[in-house]
Design a protein. Structure first.
Length: 91
């Protein structure tokens, strides 16, 4: 995105989707846990994606800088769902 600056004045992009522990007024509610659905960070040499795979687990993917963020997010969420199901059988 134009106009965003990262470390050392280099351009960077950050995309985060999910619901944090905030109430409707944007204030953090300490009684609610953070529910990060996915996070995509664009770096100089590629893209890092993180998605939730349960309350205490995450899946992480490293991708080439040419990857479409929406495709990466969709695949990470799908993988997180499968991992969540597999981990639920361990209980």
């Amino acid at each position: 995105r134009e106009g965003e600056m990262g470390v050392d004045g280099e351009p960077s992009a950050l995309q985060q989707t999910g619901v944090g522990g905030k109430d409707g007024k944007g204030k953090v509610n300490p009684d609610s846990g953070t529910n990060l659905k996915s996070l995509v960070i664009e770096l100089d040499y590629g893209v890092v994606g993180v998605a939730s795979a349960g309350p205490d687990f995450y899946v992480i993917a490293l991708a080439d800088s040419t990857v479409q963020h929406g495709a990466l997010t969709g695949r990470l969420r799908s993988l997180g769902s499968h991992v969540r199901e597999a981990l639920s059988q361990l209980d």
